[in-house]
Each structure stands twice: as structure tokens, then as C-alpha cells.
Design a protein around this ligand. Structure first.
Ligand SMILES: [Zn+2]
Length: 394
């Protein structure tokens, strides 16, 4: 077997760390050990908040100057589920058939490893940069609550005067083939409950009761009306009901209360606030709505878009040079930590093919990992060579 690349070795070693959120699992310690010998400034802040778990994070940077290219990612992984279902143990990092097997291989230890390898390769060739900085922002809290992770690490970095020009986030973005898709934005997410209070009673005497189901159905209808028709980069916003519940096991009782739960994935025509106001406006227009209560639970996930421009061009060009494919600028999929980073600098997500993420037998193709490392190398070179980036960030 041919010798493994640096990025493949790093992926394997990271996969062997059982870093299910919020366990650090040795993953950040490994990264620190790889970066320190190169002279990186490395911090591993632990963030806390009442009612949630503590999380360890890593921030590292090297070089001098105002311009900074940031590589972001997470080393935490979702639980493997029943390990007996896996072809190879989920934290084995087995290297078989040109793939590295294990939980997190795809999402997204390979992305973190490719970024590390690309940056260290660059320093091996050109030395420590004197006119710009290269930085890593790696969290252990992306897959679960995302409360003590990137959102706080970015605030922590800003408080220390760290400024970023642009960010690459190595989440797996390609549906089938390397080079198909990068993500230049994400939809926002807003969840809510619609609660209707009725009056309980006997089904044979409905005039003595008030059925909250009838009212709930009337209230749900206008919420399902279209929110918009999409934009150049986003599909139409969509409200999806996820549950309708009255908690009633009897056939002869009109229930006292009915609850509908929903989630909205929305584009950049909306914010959580404007969306909630729109829902309230629609509910207010319903005839005989009864007594109801709308409770929205913002998930700190506003929609955002990294506008077309030099950074989008740089990343797309690097992808095309290595894969022959011009990547689609997509905003599909769930939320990611890019929602936090976008408040600080332009961010683009590009990683390997995401087919096995979160699944049994998650694994990463070594060929894809090596291509990704080359793409990141091109992004670093292009970032340094282009005067366009001196106007970004800061
Ligand atoms: Zn991920």
C-alpha cells in the first residue's frame, strides 16, 4: 500500500479520538501537538453556561499582519449508535479500500485534517508568513447544542483583537462527486408552537364545550400559505408542521387544548423577527380564532449569504482547478457554524462528499481528502496573491 498523505494520517488519528459531543476525546490535544512545533499561538478555551455542558475549543494562529485567512471546523461527532452495526469499530480509524472508516471521518475530521495539512504544507514550503496570518477556529460543540462552541469562540477571539478577512469551513458539501457544490449561505431556522385553549366537554354536547381542534385547524391554514417565492440563491421559505397533538385518548371527550408544532427554514428575505411578526399578522386575520398562544423558539440561526465576489471566485476557481468542475453556489442543507462566522467575515463551506455523514459505516475517501488538501492549498496561495483581500474584514 502506498504511504498515506499527511492529511489522511491526520484524519485517521482524529477519528481514533472518541470525541462525541461534548467529549474532547484527545482530538484538540492532537491538533495542538501538530501546530505547536511550527510556532503557532494555540489556545484551548473552555466555555460554560448554566444548564448546558462545558466544551473545550481550540484557536490557533501564526504569522503577522492584518489579513487573516481562517479555517474553521469542529472535531466533535454525533454518537455512533449501535457499534455492532458497523463493519469496522466506529473509532478504529481503519484504513481499508482507500477509505478511512469511523464516526467523524466525513463530518468533519477530514475537513479539519485537510486544512491543517494545507497550512502546514504551505509553511514547509514558504516559511512562517510575515505579511498575513493563518488561523484555525475549531470547536467541540457543533453537533449538539452549539452553545459553548464557535459562537463563543468568535466572541473570545474578537475580544482579543483577532480579525479575519475570510473563512473556509470544511463541512462535507458535495452530494455525490468532489467539486459539485460549495455552500455560500444557509437558510435560517425558526421553530414554534401554536397552542389553542378550548373548553373540554362531552362530544354529545358540543354546544357546552369549545373544541380547540376546530380552532387549531383554522389557525394552521393561513400559516401554510406561501411565505415567498425564493431568491436567486435560495429556495422559497417553507413552514412545515411537525406535530399536532391534543393528548386525548378518549373518543367521547372534546379535548381542552390542542398544540401544533412547526419549523420554518427561511431565506434571506426574512429574519426570525420579521417572520414571527408575519405569523402573528396571519393569525390575527383568522375569523373566530378562539384563545391561542404563539410561542417562537429562535435557534440563533438567521439566514445569510456570502455575496458573489472575489472570495467566492477564489474558492470556485480552486475547486475547478483541482476537480475540473465549477461548483454550484448552494444554500441547501441544515444549519452549520457558518451562521455564526458570517457575522465576522465572508465564509464559504467546501469539504468532501457527504454521503456517509452521521450514518453507520461513516467513512472518507483518501483521494477526496487529498484533493481537498490541494484545493485548500490553492485557496491559501490565491488569498496571498490577490490584492482584493486587503479590503476584506478588519
Ligand atoms: Zn459537521
Amino acid at each position: 500500500m502506498s504511504e498515506l498523505s499527511r492529511a489522511a494520517c491526520m484524519t485517521r488519528d482524529l477519528v481514533r479520538c472518541a470525541s462525541v459531543t461534548p467529549e474532547e476525546g484527545g482530538a484538540l490535544a492532537l491538533i495542538e501537538n501538530w501546530l505547536r512545533p511550527y510556532g503557532f499561538e494555540v489556545h484551548r478555551p473552555i466555555f460554560s453556561e448554566p444548564d448546558t455542558y462545558d466544551v473545550e475549543n481550540l484557536y490557533a494562529e501564526i504569522g503577522e499582519g492584518d489579513q487573516c485567512l481562517l479555517f474553521a471546523g469542529h472535531t466533535d461527532v454525533v454518537p455512533p449508535g449501535d457499534a455492532a452495526l458497523w463493519s469496522h469499530p466506529p473509532f478504529s480509524g481503519a484504513v481499508i479500500g482507500g477509505e478511512i472508516w469511523g464516526r467523524g471521518a466525513c463530518d468533519m475530521k477530514s475537513g479539519v485534517a485537510a486544512a491543517l495539512a494545507a497550512v502546514l504544507d504551505h509553511i514547509d514550503r514558504h516559511g512562517v508568513p510575515k505579511t498575513f496570518r493563518l488561523a484555525f477556529l475549531i470547536t467541540g460543540d457543533e453537533e449538539a447544542d452549539a452553545i459553548n462552541g464557535s459562537v463563543k469562540l468568535l466572541e473570545w477571539a474578537e475580544a482579543r483583537g483577532k480579525r479575519f478577512s475570510a473563512c473556509v469551513l470544511g463541512e462535507p458539501t458535495n452530494p455525490q462527486r468532489m467539486g459539485e457544490m460549495m455552500k455560500v449561505g444557509r437558510r435560517g431556522s425558526l421553530s414554534g408552537d401554536l397552542v389553542v385553549e378550548g373548553v373540554q366537554g362531552h362530544v354529545a354536547y358540543p354546544h357546552l364545550a369549545r373544541n380547540p381542534i376546530d380552532q387549531l385547524v383554522r389557525l394552521m391554514a393561513p400559516l401554510k400559505e406561501p411565505l415567498d417565492s425564493g431568491t436567486d440563491f435560495f429556495p422559497a421559505s417553507n413552514l412545515e408542521f411537525t406535530s399536532v397533538d391534543v393528548g386525548n385518548s378518549a373518543r367521547n371527550v372534546i379535548p381542552a387544548k390542542a398544540v401544533a408544532k412547526f419549523n420554518i427554514r427561511f431565506n434571506d428575505l426574512w429574519t426570525s423577527k420579521t417572520l414571527e411578526a408575519e405569523l402573528r399578522r396571519r393569525l390575527a386575520g383568522v375569523n373566530d380564532p378562539g384563545k391561542f398562544n404563539l410561542v417562537c423558539h429562535p435557534t440563533n440561526a438567521e439566514a445569510f449569504l456570502t455575496q458573489p465576489g472575489p472570495f467566492v471566485e477564489l474558492v470556485a476557481g480552486a475547486v475547478e482547478a483541482e476537480t475540473g468542475l465549477r461548483p454550484e453556489s448552494s444554500t441547501t442543507g441544515g444549519t452549520s457554524d457558518a451562521r455564526f462566522i458570517q457575522a465576522y467575515c465572508p465564509v464559504i463551506e467546501f469539504g468532501i462528499v457527504g454521503k456517509t455523514m452521521h450514518k453507520v459505516d461513516e467513512r472518507a475517501s483518501i483521494t477526496e481528502i487529498d484533493i481537498l488538501t490541494s484545493i485548500y492549498g490553492r485557496i491559501i496561495d490565491g488569498f496571498l496573491a490577490s490584492p482584493a483581500f486587503t479590503t476584506l474584514g478588519a
